[in-house]
Design a protein around this ligand. Sequence first.
Ligand SMILES: [Zn+2]
Length: 255
Amino acid sequence: MKNKFTILGCGSSLGSPWITNYNGKLRKSSKNLRTRCCAHIQKGNLSVLIDTSPDIKSQFLKNKIKNLDSIIYTHEHADQTAGIFEMRPFFWKNKTKIPIYGSRRTIKALKKTYRFCFQEEQGYKPIMKANIINKKFSIRKNNNVLSIKAFDVTHGLIKSTGYVIDKIGYISDCNKVPKQKLKYLKSLNYLILDCLKIDKHPSHFNFDEAINLINLVKPKKAILTNLHTDLDYFKLKKILPKNIIPAYDGLNFNY
Ligand SMILES: [Zn+2]
């Protein structure tokens, strides 16, 4: 089986369209139908998820993902975590608690907000085992190993975690990568990067900031994600150079 990375969702916190049917400047097209940000990695028989968006169930069904071994969290915001409840069938299927990984602050926040996942409540068994990450760690199943580097990036008033997994960088929520962390982004094959909107934003990269970072660290290919309703897929395609592509839900590549 080839190793495969899939962008399950590439929308901003409300997705597109919003629940009100607001679609901003987006042309009607499946490329602009965006669920909330998260991603999936299949390495041999090892299945690892980055974040549990509120859309996670439909994302798994659409992409025919039937197994799950571990979850990596970037941060605790609801658009990256609110689907955590949907993970119960994998606890039943694997007959073991689902290992989840995150920074000390993310794990603390998850345990507070989703207490039932980590300790028995009202007779319901906990379904997850929390692991606080180091700068480097790995997730393994049989001979399949994901080598992961983790580092703090600025996301408005909090720190979210940027990950480099097998030469693929994933930074979905970020408005600044501190200078001393840029070394993690050198010689990447792919960089999947937050690019919220055209205008500046206090907790996300805007278009110009995302492009500047990509030009600085020069991944072989960059994919823009966390896209808001002012960033139309087709308009982005027209203006971006070949090595930078706008994400769409379900975009995947083998590596
Ligand atoms: Zn966030």
